[in-house]
Design a protein around this ligand. Structure first.
Ligand code: F6P
Length: 327
């Protein structure tokens, strides 16, 4: 029989995302409700290695549900890639009597956790805190909704000036390996073209469509590019378009880290609260080394390693919608 868990740790890791605080709050308060000791680990895996860990109480997470960022800070920890780093982390946890950890992070953080859980007997539970939405087994990741809404708000403003000047605008949004932010914000703002890492960008097609629009005197065109698009980002696109469309005025705006900050949306607070609550329940019920997601509004548990492999494909339906609506 599994040993009963009485002491757990929680950390946030990788790029921060709005709603991470709401998830920490849910983990801490649910843990305490069930009589567990909950320990906050600072700066993700870095704090595990450096033993920067402290006991949290219910009041430790007061007044944070509405805040962006993460009260536990976050880091992309290189030392955790090495066995020595993971061993030091394990020893710190063992010495403190922590029997399981909840990792709120993205793809890179889960890969680290999978490796750690294979080497050491310490259960890890993953909750997806990433604006990129590039995790399997869930319809939502914490922070995605807020990030997309931030992008939409910014693009709407750019649209006003784009329309006034009859320009082409190329907006670069985040997403090193994933095009979800670009696809969602692009559809929601009526973009004519959306360039994403999951699909090869055929610049000739984009040029042809812009030339055809120029002939029809449709001079206002919005192109949303994910930073990880294979063509190379907004400035690369601008360079090529300037050559082929010498009469057009083409401007670039890179939204950058504005997408990672700000108060979490209602949706992000709710999913963070549900995921945090169920992460503790998973540990208590002996459901170890799983990723806790939400699919079709139901909790969904898959092995942590499955959360990061063969990640969800972009639906062809969405691509078709972009094409048809942009005419
Ligand atoms: O993982 C989330 C993310 O925002 C990516 O979309 C982006 O490429 C990356 O983080 C940026 O990371 P950093 O803040 O470390 O530059």
């Amino acid at each position: 029989m599994e040993k009963k868990i009485t002491r757990v740790g929680v950390l946030t890791s990788g790029g921060d995302s709005p709603g991470m605080n709401a998830a920490i709050r849910a983990v801490v308060r649910t843990g305490i409700y069930y009589g567990l000791q909950v320990h906050g680990i600072m700066r993700g895996f870095q704090g595990l290695i450096e033993d920067d860990i402290y006991r949290m109480e219910s009041r430790s997470v007061a007044n944070i549900i509405q805040r962006g960022g993460t009260m536990l800070k976050t880091a992309r920890c290189k030392e955790f890639f090495d066995y020595e780093g993971r061993k030091a982390a394990y020893e710190n946890l063992k010495r403190r009597g922590i029997q399981g950890i909840i990792i709120i992070g993205g793809d890179g953080s889960f890969r680290g956790a999978v490796q750690f859980s294979k080497e050491f007997d310490l259960p890890c539970i993953g909750i997806a805190g990433t604006i990129d939405k590039d995790i399997n087994g869930t319809d939502f990741t914490i922070g995605f909704d807020t990030a997309v809404n931030t992008a939409v708000e910014a693009i709407d403003k750019i649209r006003d000036t784009m329309d006034a000047h009859e320009r082409i605008f190329i907006i670069e949004v985040m997403g090193r390996d994933a095009g979800y932010i670009a696809l969602h914000s692009g559809i929601a703002t009526g973009a004519e073209n959306i360039l994403i890492p999951e699909r090869k960008t055929i610049m000739e097609d984009i040029i042809a469509s812009l030339l055809e629009k120029e002939r029809r005197k449709k001079l206002v065109n919005l192109i949303v590019v994910a930073e990880g698009d294979d063509f190379g980002g907004a400035y690369e696109v601008q360079k090529v378009l300037k050559e082929k469309l010498p009469n057009a005025e083409i401007r670039v705006c890179i939204l950058g880290h504005i997408q990672r900050g700000g108060a979490p949306s209602c949706l992000d607070r709710i999913i963070a609260s549900r995921m945090g609550y169920h992460a503790i329940e998973s540990l208590m019920e002996g459901r170890y080394n799983v990723f806790v997601g939400i699919l079709n509004n139901k909790m969904n548990y898959i092995p942590l390693e499955d959360a990061v492999k063969n990640k969800g494909k972009i639906s062809e339906e969405w691509i078709k919608i972009v094409k048809i609506l942009a005419s």
